[in-house]
Structure formats: structure tokens, C-alpha cells
Write a protein that binds this ligand. Sequence first.
Ligand SMILES: Nc1nc2c(c(=O)[nH]1)N[C@H]1C(S)=C(S)[C@@H](COP(=O)(O)O)O[C@H]1N2
Ligand SMILES: [Mo]
Length: 444
Amino acid sequence: MTNTNLHDTSRLNTQKLPAAQKSRREFFKKSAAISVSAVAALSVLDPVKVLADDKAITHHAPWGQHWGDPITKNLYGVPSLYEHNVTRRYTKLLASGNYRAAIAVSPIQDIEGIITPNGLFFSRSHGGTAHIDPNKFRLMIHGLVKKPIVLTLKQLKRYPSVTRTHFLECPANGGQEWRATQYNSLQFAKGFMSCAQWTGVYIKTILKDLGLKPQAKWMLSEGSDNSEMGRTVPIDKVLDDAMIVWGQNGEALRPEQGYPVRLLLPGWEGNLCVKWLKRLEFASEPWYAKEETSKYTALKPTGKAVQHFYANEVNSTVTSPSPEIPWTDLKDGDLIEIEGLAWSGMGTITAVDLSFDGGKNFKKAKLKGLVLPKCWTRWSYMHKYKKGKTLLLTSRAMDDAGYIQPTIDQETSVMGVESVYHRNAIETWEVAKTGEVNHVQIRS
Ligand SMILES: Nc1nc2c(c(=O)[nH]1)N[C@H]1C(S)=C(S)[C@@H](COP(=O)(O)O)O[C@H]1N2
Ligand SMILES: [Mo]
């Protein structure tokens, strides 16, 4: 059902997002009179004259001339009306005809900081979104443990919990672009990932209670959804940082993320993080489940395929500018912040370099805010815009496991172009003379 050929361009739905982004920019243009004077001291924007009788300030705005909404209106809060274009988007890529096996990509160009709001979290399911009554939920943990059990949700939550911030990425993120660029869009090209603060219990905590037998080397995790997703996890990862999670950014997991409970293997392929979890079984041998034989393997030019590659490698992207956030409204000499994300499933981001010439020369970007292991790291670089000059913006991240992103040539020389998964080569946005931003690939 999900055996979609990622390189079949006729199946790609290359929706562009001009309408959405245009209305957002119009909104900012309109509000410029209010916001500009506040930041003028930084001289990022042209100073606007401060007028003592600025009507936007001295007069009651239309929205201030009547009562606001009653507090009873939105008991579960929703974003501002003006943010209605900031949504996940779906594509024919990886989709069955009825969009039950499908992917919704996250608008990573619009995300602030390192947390993806739950309503914007990317979602990939092979059999649709299941809706599970938490009172009917059961989790069985059995196999090579001294005390096999079946837990209710309440019982599971009695184990001491932890809260950790980690990204989750489908290993097919960017996988449609091994041969050439397909999407002139950050959301579609790189939005198969998100980052959240997860709450749950370390599996090692539960195993202390149940007693793991020494012959146990592998763990099967199985979902209760229509796809019955099953994947095998090596015991080292289970005993390191594997979690069973029920909390996502301060509330219960969303149905699309596996409510009430999913497996989280920080930094590892999204596919291994089984949603709607129902069973963990310990054994001395791996299972060779469907999703680790027919898929989630990578065919190399040698004719051999890589199986079991677990961690998502060090990666990065420029998020602003991007095709969705062009520089068409900038004037010569404007100071502008270039921002992006970096992440590694193998550790913590140590540095991000930024190139303006497609990867020939690099400058150091600044890491912004919290820098956490196996987590999105936001980075920034202040740039003085030169109108009429074409730029090739390329970012390159490094992690504390000692890895650095390869060039496209370096990566394809080892992996060929048939391996849908684990693409982490450096990527380039071309900023055209007009300020439009296009996705390009630099090869030697
Ligand atoms: N039970 C179950 N777990 C699943 C899947 C599924 O279809 N069923 N999809 C997997 C895939 S391919 C990915 S990339 C991640 C996506 O997680 P998300 O939907 O929370 O973003 O969940 C994984 N876990
Ligand atoms: Mo996936």
C-alpha cells in the first residue's frame, strides 16, 4: 500500500504556497507602522518617524471599540484568525488513494524556537489515525522478562516519569531529492519532522521492576492501529534512552502521534517510534518485521542494501529565508537575520556553518537558545542584504559524535541515488537578484 516510488515525479504534488505566504506578509506590512518604531534602535529596519499623533496609537482601534470575545468562547484555544495559513499540508507522495497511509508535512518555516505546536506536528501513518479509548488501552510487556505484565494506562503512569525534548524525523525526510530537487518549498522538502517536549517513562525504569533476562537482546514493539506497525529495537538503545510517552508539549499525545501511548527512541528513525503502542516483547533474536526488510533499508550502488540504520544523522536547514519566506521586500543595506535549524540523532549540535556561495566558503553561525541532545537547535546569522546580488545559502552542521554533513556528491558517491532514506547532505537555497528564493542542488 505504501510502496510509492519516491522518484516518480508524476506522483508529486508540488503545491506552491504563494497565497498563504502573501496574506501573511500583507498582514505584516499593515502592522509595520506599529512594530517598527519599537525595534528601530537595532537599526534592523528603516526607522519610521515617531509621530505624536500616530492614529494607530492615539485612537481606539476598531477592535478596541467594542467588547472582546467572552471568556466562554474558546475553552480550547486556537491560533489567531490571521495565522490560518500556518498548517500542515498533505501530498500525494507516500499516500494511498484514500490518504489513510499518508504524510502531513509540518510548516517548519513558520515554527518559532525549537518546539512544534501539537496541531502542526508532522504526521505519518501507514493505516490512518486510530482513536483509542484510554479506558480500553492495554500494554503487554512480555518475552524474556521475569515478570510479564499487562498494564492499564493508569498503571503505566504510576512509574516515575521524565520530560525530555527531542525531535522526531521520518528517515524519508528529503528522500524525494536524491536525484534532483523536487519541491520549491521548505515545508515539502524538509517538513517530515517536528520537535516536542515528551513526557513518559524510560523503559529501563519498567524493566528494573519486571527483571530483564540476560538472554534478551532485542525488543519488538507493536502498534494496535490498522497497520500493526512492528519494529525491532536493539537492547542497548532500550536500556539507554528509549521511552514510552503519553505527554506531548504539556498535554496528552495527539491522536496523530499515537494517543494514548507511543514508543520514543530519541534521535532514531521516526518509523521505529511505534504509535498506538500495545505490545513490547523481549527476545534473543531480531524479528525482521515487514518494515525492516521490505522498507527502511537502503539499496547501495554495490547492489547490497543497508538494513538497521537507526539514528538520523546530523543535518540542518536554512528556514528563513526559504521559498516560503523570500527577501523580495528587502532593500539594499537592510540588516536581516538568517535563521535555521540543526539536529542530530547521534548527539548534540556543536556548530553550524553558513555559506553564501553554495559551500565554498563558510562562516560560523550562532547557536540560539537551548542546545540539547537529539533535539532541534536553532541557529542564526545577521546579514547585511545587498540588493541585486545572487546568493547560494548553504548550512552545514556538526555534532558531538564527531559527524559533519556531507556534500551531495560525497553522499551519493557512497549511497547512490536509490536509497530513499537518511539523506543528510548539505542543501542550498538560491536567493535570486529579485529576492525570490529557490531550492537548488550544488554538484561538482
Ligand atoms: N503504529 C504505528 N506507528 C507508527 C506509524 C504507523 O503507521 N503506525 N508510522 C511510523 C512512521 S513511518 C513515522 S515517520 C512516525 C511518524 O510519527 P508522527 O506521526 O507522530 O509524526 O511514526 C511511526 N510510527
Ligand atoms: Mo516514516
